[in-house]
Design a protein around this ligand. Structure first.
Ligand code: PMV
Length: 367
């Protein structure tokens, strides 16, 4: 692997990572007023809640986009990811009627109720059971309510955001005093349940809510390298949402199978992705958006090589280019889900063209 550019990166251990400043989430909310009232609106906080509750970022798990490096990051390459102003928020109440923890998840005004003892396939329920067991809270009679603005299975980190929100809500309810590193480690365990062999990047961004350069530990569950990346101007992006759901556990397993069949070819692609991620850090540092856009394009081609793109994702990438994006790529697990397009100019044009083609488009400044 090439070494990170000097002077920008420092390897930071999970436990040494400092949490975002208090109120960080409210600030980022104010930066995205355009999302108020839309289906994917960020979580709003009332004045009363602000006084009675801990800072909002202590109760939410962030969604994310991967700017560069998905899939290869599972095999030890670097990746860059940013939180998005879409989040999950959870609250916990003591319940009387039933034993165990019941769970309700509200998204787009629709509430899905999951009773204790749901089926094996029910990842949210199993995630909650894992969290309760790990925190020594199994057997408590609870009602856990989750409100979500992160679309599920769209490559935007919804499972990690869910885990972080539930952990933080239990932490607050039982006054456990967990720090962010503990939240992150437990959310990683939940990601193992949801994804099989996660890199840990989703839970990291869901926990810390910062733009980061990430590299997993050498072995599963060993300390990851997390480097917050500071940029002076946020990145003007469009997220194109295909509407076709895709399970990361399946795309990650498919890449693993293919890698086992053709290790040299896949390893070469992972290494090329690693190189371009590190170049991406330099481009971010230099505010060189044309270069960053070109790296996103190359990354998308590599992801096509890994067989994780799809007709819809390729079409959205093409539309973004045709309407003036500097670069575009799928983000997250792929085969469905979302793309990101870098649009310092023509952002509305790109978003409108995606909508006209039947996709959902979200305009966001990230980082
Ligand atoms: O699809 P998402 O949002 O869960 O992102 C998955 C990112 C991968 O690199 C494909 C998997 C991982 O664990 O890093």
């Amino acid at each position: 692997m090439p070494s990170p550019p000097q002077g920008i990166l420092l390897d930071t251990e999970l436990s040494e990572h400092s949490p975002p400043p208090q109120g960080a989430y409210e600030r980022s909310y104010e930066r995205y007023p355009a999302f108020e009232g839309l289906p994917f609106a960020p979580v709003a906080h009332t004045a009363t809640e602000r006084h009675e509750r801990p800072p909002a970022h202590r109760l939410c798990g962030y969604g994310k986009v991967i700017l560069l490096g998905e899939h290869a990051v599972v095999y030890g390459s670097h990746a860059i990811a940013a939180p998005i102003p879409l989040a999950m928020r959870a609250s916990v109440q003591k319940a009387d009627e039933h034993s165990g923890a019941s769970l309700s998840i509200t998204h787009d005004g629709v509430t899905h109720q999951i009773e204790p003892g749901a089926t094996e396939r029910d990842v949210p329920e199993r995630t909650v059971q894992l969290i309760l067991a790990q925190l020594g809270l199994a057997g408590h009679t609870l009602q856990i309510q989750v409100s979500s603005t992160v679309p599920r299975a769209m490559g935007l980190g919804s499972s990690a955001a869910f885990a972080v929100a539930v952990i933080r809500a239990l932490d607050w309810h039982f006054r456990l005093g967990l720090d962010d590193a503990q939240v992150n480690v437990l959310a990683f365990r939940c990601e193992e349940l949801a994804h099989g062999t996660p890199s840990g990047i989703d839970n990291t961004v869901a926990t810390y809510g910062e733009l980061v350069l990430y590299r997993r530990g050498e072995e599963a569950r060993t300390t990851a390298q997390i480097q917050p990346l500071k940029i002076s101007r946020p990145l003007p992006l469009v997220i194109g949402v295909s509407g076709r759901g895709s399970l990361t556990v399946e795309t990650v397993a498919a890449v693993r199978k293919a890698w086992q069949r053709e290790p040299v070819r896949y390893q070469t692609i992972f290494r090329q992705i690693d190189d371009l991620v590190l170049e991406g850090v330099q481009a971010l540092h230099n505010e060189d958006l044309p270069r960053l856009g070109a790296l996103m394009d190359t990354c998308h081609q590599h992801l096509q090589g890994l067989q994780v793109s799809s007709r819809e994702l390729d079409e959205m990438v093409r539309i973004a280019h045709e309407h003036g994006a500097l670069g575009a790529k799928l983000t997250g697990g792929g085969r469905g889900g979302s793309i990101i397009a870098l649009c310092p100019a023509n952002r509305e044009r790109v978003a409108s063209a995606l909508r006209a083609a039947g996709y959902q488009a979200l305009e966001m400044d990230l980082g």
